[in-house]
Design a protein around this ligand. Sequence first.
Ligand code: NAD
Length: 687
Amino acid sequence: MSEARVHVERDGDIAIIAIDNPPINAGSTAVRQGVLAAVQQLEADATLRGAVLIGAGSTFIGGSDLREFGQPLAEPQLPAVIAAIEACSKPVVAALHGAALGGGFELALGCDARVAVPGAVVGLPEVTLGIIPGAGGTQRLPRLVGIPRAIRMICSGERLAAVAALEAGIVDALADGDLRAAAVAHARSLAGRKQRLRERAVPPADAAAIDEAAQAALVAGKRRPAVQLAIDAVIKSARAPIDEALAEERAVFQRLRLSREAFALRHQFFAERDSARHPSLEGASPRAVQRVAVIGAGTMGSGIAIAGLEAGYDVLLLEQDAAALERGATRIHEHFVGRVQSGKLKAATAAAAEARLQASLDWSRLADADLVIEAVFEDLAVKRQVFERIDAHARPGAALASNTSYLDLDAIAAATRRPQDVIGLHFFSPANVMKLLEVVRGKASAPDALAAGLAVGKKLKKMALLTGNAFGFIGNRIYSAYRRQCEFMIEEGATPDQVDAALQRFGFAMGPFAVADLSGLDIAWRMRQAQAATRDTAARYVHIPDRLCEAGRLGRKTGAGYYAYPPAAKGPQVDPAVQVLIERCRADKGITARPFDDAEIVRRAMLAIVNEAALLLAEGVAERATDVDVALVNGYGFPRWEGGPVFWAREQGEAALSAGVDELARCSGPGFVRGALRHVLSEGAQT
Ligand code: NAD
């Protein structure tokens, strides 16, 4: 017998059906059994006039138990539970606090009314998991909000706060104080009346509005299969009898939940859920952070400051240079003006955020900061000097972070008398937009300082993960192995646009050469020059990017790189001059170009990623294989629906993967280091 996950109490003539499945009251089999039994009890007990369905603890139902979605579903399934509520002759009121998501929200839509506290959120995130709502979400929601809005909500997985849900007609009433009491009162006020959504008509909508919502959803959802199927299901709500539409919705849900894409998205979901919960930091309580100081008001510093202000931190922006400080402060101000003008932020919220910013040249003010984030030039001597200064002013116990991309965190920490307080916080550009945040563990970093880094990441709404201190950390190191392999392929006969197109067709947001042009070829060029003296001379070295830089083709900012960017054209244009340059490089090495196809390009690029991941895991820089998936999806435009490179690798199987890496080693020539694939393959089962 499984433990009871639903408890029933009475409040006079109203039954209180409490779901108690911590931490998020996930809608598991035991929960469904419990709710069904409680509804049967409600029907049978003549002294009861209605019921309230409520979550124990801090939430309603945060979602279904996703682990069940990869297996045969146990009875009773959710549609049967909802059907029982609808068939019951007495009203059931859903009392919402915390989150009512996915199946939890569908259950609430199956009730006769919804009462919510202002902090509650509702939403149907199924499409983001490669499936569609399968328990009536696509049929009941449009009956409340109309088809266009239902398409928007369902296809984007939007979470609506209770106040907005009330305005939209999804929630019947807000409870200011005691939710349970308000829901009980609401249930009594229904006086036994049922209010089944299934009996309501779908509000009429004009075809143009529906089409507009559908097209926008398809574009935003990258035309993934679940998006189109969700649109079809919602549209059907107005065209077919509800039982027929419900049956069809369920059939699509059942098919999609076992699709490869749904498995991949669930894998990524769990990898992301666990990314900031690192086993090595278990028990460490994060140092408290409210005041953040950002040093350096350049591209990254101002982006980090914006992210901090938007998350509610007090931010002190420090510079060495008054003009740079002014430029940074102006950039931040312009950001908020733009957000207000575009309607993304209320003027009062923007003003409150800006009021929390202080820009200064006075370093003694660092004494107030709980967390200092350094974002000055990428130069070890400069960073060490800055950390000496931070050390002189910061209060004891403040966490001190560097945003370095490639420098040795331990060498930076050694400039202070408190290396235990020093961590890396590697943001990506633009720092207020990009999701990924690598929290870097130096050899002396204290667990509570690292935990503070992860906690700040969460508050900044970043996808934070822990990485060891090694050149490029996890993300940039893998990305550079990937890009190097792509350079090998253009040296061997592929063209940059062919490689970009193949990888984009695979699902990358952009190809590696278009990305290189966008970020500028000169950063990597300078790095190669700096490393020239220590480079392994036997290792294969592709000269193409150097030749492009020498020709002044530094990427988009100079109007030319791997592609040309004529002012009149939109986006990258294939440039014959690049082809000539590449052919010259091949001729210098006596390489005869050979044809490539998409499959080979994708295979080699993916294997380069997987091999580098295996090396990082062996070195302990990455401690969990799934962190690689989180990094690539959130920081490098890797297609989420492919589940990340580790999911991809596990799907290939060990034999094929090993043969693939043999091929990669042959193609890559001297200097290629093979990783032990077991590191990538071993961790955890697929969900
Ligand atoms: P930037 O040149 O735009 O800004 C650096 C700022 O630091 C300048 O405003 C400069 O005046 C200030 N500064 C320099 N020395 C200082 C000192 N001693 N004291 C106070 N301020 C000082 O550079 P950026 O692109 O913002 O990069 C900053 C850091 O972020 C670097 O370590 C870089 O590697 C890292 N980073 C950059 C990116 C990116 O894409 N730009 C991405 C991730 C990480």
